[in-house]
Design a protein around this ligand. Structure first.
Ligand SMILES: C[S@@+](CC[C@H](N)C(=O)[O-])C[C@H]1O[C@@H](n2cnc3c(N)ncnc32)[C@H](O)[C@@H]1O
Length: 200
């Protein structure tokens, strides 16, 4: 699932996702005071724009230029509060200790034995900051989906929770029904949600 895969996927439709922010984001973060946020794999930008409209300064990163151009077009009202950046977060880690919030929704993060890229991403949360890492519950899914990828090849939130060091407090680590039902034909009926606070 490289940049070409995602550009092709976004280019196949005028708009791939609903344009609404993810339900878990809204539920978990409505009361969090704004600061600096990193949206990992921001896609068409609905989460980044929801945050920016609530006063956050958002760095929104995606590997797909098609998605980023679309996202910027949707967000002209908050363009001074969102920085759209094209990058591969599995090879180029974000700056360390830089964000009060790092949010990760349905990001296909390939598992690696040393977890170097994952630790790079976790380090981006500043002391005192919050990590929100949300995935699809893969229980009962086929080993390989129709598009050929294997869900078990990617980090799941519960696994990320186990890899957090002693500086972290996990406040949510659970599976929930999706707040907004999945699109027709989707395998994904439940979310897996990790929320954690970095103390130091
Ligand atoms: C399933 S979509 C989710 C988009 C958005 N977070 C949402 O919930 O609507 C996954 C996104 O991750 C992006 N992506 C995939 N691999 C990436 C990588 N290595 N670095 C940065 N973005 C990546 C894709 O382009 C896509 O926009």
């Amino acid at each position: 699932m490289d940049a070409q895969f995602w550009d092709d996927r976004y280019s196949s439709q005028a708009q791939l996702f609903s344009g609404d922010p993810n339900g878990v984001l809204v539920t978990e973060l409505a009361d969090l005071p704004p600061g600096q946020a990193l949206d990992v794999g921001c896609g068409e930008g609905a989460d980044a724009l929801w945050l920016a409209r609530r006063g956050w300064l958002v760095t929104a990163v995606d590997i797909s230029r098609v998605a980023l151009e679309r996202a910027a077009g949707f967000g002209t009202d908050v363009e001074e509060r969102v920085s759209w950046k094209c990058g591969d977060l599995t090879t180029a880690p974000p700056p360390a200790d830089a964000f009060d919030l790092v949010c990760v929704h349905y990001f296909p993060f390939p598992r690696r034995p040393e977890h170097t890229a994952l630790h790079g991403l976790l380090s981006a949360v500043a002391p005192g900051g919050t990590l929100l890492f949300v995935g699809h519950d893969i229980t009962g899914l086929p080993e390989r989906l129709d598009d050929g990828h294997a869900p078990a090849d990617y980090y799941q939130p519960a696994e990320v929770a186990e890899l957090l060091g002693g500086d972290w407090t996990v406040t949510v680590n659970e599976t929930r029904p999706r707040i907004v039902p999945p699109p027709p034909g989707s395998h994904h009926t439940h979310d897996t949600v990790l929320r954690a606070h970095r103390a130091r």
